[in-house]
Design a protein around this ligand. Structure first.
Ligand SMILES: *Cc1c(COP(=O)(O)O)cnc(C)c1O
Length: 387
């Protein structure tokens, strides 16, 4: 008997989501409508902001893109972000006609270093995109001080950070915008989906218009029972709206966000104990007065310490039928950015080293203790060079 393949980031889907999707299908209202409105209200409630401060979209990538446009920056303005992130963070900057500038991460926290941000500021800098890596909050006090001092917009990439808090404040509420992901592997999922949170309600109103073709009224309002209403195109927008079918999943995922968080926290602690004696670098424990979202559990596999390369380790995990991830190769490792911006990985040495050594282990709330035990055993076996 072979062990079942443990899919990395597999979401925990329960009957409530399944029933709601079926109800949504039977209602015949699949597009943006009452379930999206409810999901927005529930999300605003979870974040303790007004419903007028959030806008649901169909991905975090869309949320980032719309936020960049709604920020109203001049063409080619410089936007500082981390090299240790998913390509979407930076593609959104480029698609908005802005210029990405990288600032290296802190080797302990894996989040962008405030000192490196300061060093990257030029007269053309207009915004900072901090990424709360793995769900650990960035040093938002220092980052907001830098932003205030230089008059910069802050767009928080909260793709890992739904539950994250820093000094009693929730991630996404520090900056001008916070962008969340409900992709299949994220802490809560709608299949594909995202949310924009904004400090300023007029900017969120604009983001909402931008996310649906630049139309002044959405279809739900146009085709309701109050008679046909003409819409006006007030700017050149995008097709980024969330569907009720997606919100149907998200409503119940969001209702269980804290229970799922507690399970991931327990798994995270089990791994910390299980690997304490191994020659790998474990994630840094959360700082006092912060809340980690425990989105990723990442370890560093250094060939010089245990004779196994990171990629050999990944192959061994895969051969044992355990899916692992890499978050992330430094953005400067990718040919497109190298060719377009002339970047070399050595320019951001912390991100380069971490990107070449990092492995993310399964952390889904779906894992039971036997699964966690199986992952732990396999990690130990995969690190012994005598195989
Ligand atoms: C997943 C992710 C995104 C993109 O999210 P989508 O919802 O898939 O568009 C952006 N930034 C980071 C850090 C991510 O992990």
């Amino acid at each position: 008997m072979t062990d079942e393949f443990l899919v990395f980031g597999s979401p925990l889907i329960e009957e409530a989501e399944i029933d709601e999707v079926i109800d949504c299908l039977r209602s015949s209202w699949l597009g943006t409508g009452p379930r999206v409105a409810r999901f927005e209200a529930d999300f605003a409630n979870y974040k303790a902001v007004s419903p007028a401060q959030v806008a649901a979209v169909n991905s975090c990538t869309a949320a980032l893109h719309v936020s960049m446009v709604a920020a109203g920056l001049e063409p080619e303005a410089e936007v500082i972000t981390t090299p240790l992130t998913f390509c979407a963070s930076i593609n959104a900057i480029i698609h908005a006609g802005l210029t990405p500038v990288l600032a290296d991460v802190d080797p302990q926290t894996l989040c962008i270093s405030p000192g490196a941000i300061e060093a990257a500021i030029t007269p053309r800098t207009r915004a900072i995109v901090p990424v709360h890596f793995a769900g650990r909050p960035c040093e938002m006090e220092s980052i907001m001080q830098i932003a205030d001092k230089h008059g910069l917009i802050v767009i928080e990439d909260c793709a890992h950070a739904i539950e994250t808090e820093y000094h009693g404040r929730k991630a996404g509420t520090f900056g001008d915008f916070g962008c969340f992901s409900f992709y299949a592997t994220k802490n809560i999922t709608t299949g594909e989906g995202g949310m924009i949170l904004g400090r300023d309600e007029t900017r969120i109103a604009r983001a909402r218009v931008l996310a649906l073709h630049g139309m002044s009224k959405d279809a739900w309002h146009r085709f309701g029972d109050e008679g046909y209403k003409h819409y006006q195109v007030v700017e050149c927008g995008f097709k980024y709206n969330m569907m009720d079918l997606q919100a149907a999943i998200g409503l119940h995922q969001l209702a269980r966000v804290e229970a799922s968080w507690r399970r991931r926290q327990a798994i995270w602690s089990l791994y910390q104990q299980a690997f304490a004696d191994l020659p790998i670098t474990l994630p840094t424990e959360p700082d006092l007065d912060t809340r980690h979202a425990y989105h990723l559990y990442t370890v560093l596999v250094d060939e010089a310490r245990n004779g196994v390369t990171r990629d050999a380790f990944l192959d061994r995990m895969n051969a044992a039928r355990i899916g692992a991830g890499v978050h992330y190769l430094s953005l400067a490792e990718h040919p497109y950015y190298q060719e377009r911006f002339g970047w070399r990985p050595e320019q951001w040495p912390n991100a380069m080293r971490i990107g070449r050594q990092t492995v993310s282990l399964p952390l889904s709330p779906k894992l039971d203790n036997d699964d966690v035990e199986r992952v732990s055993r396999t990690v130990r076996a995969s690190l012994s060079s005598a195989t």
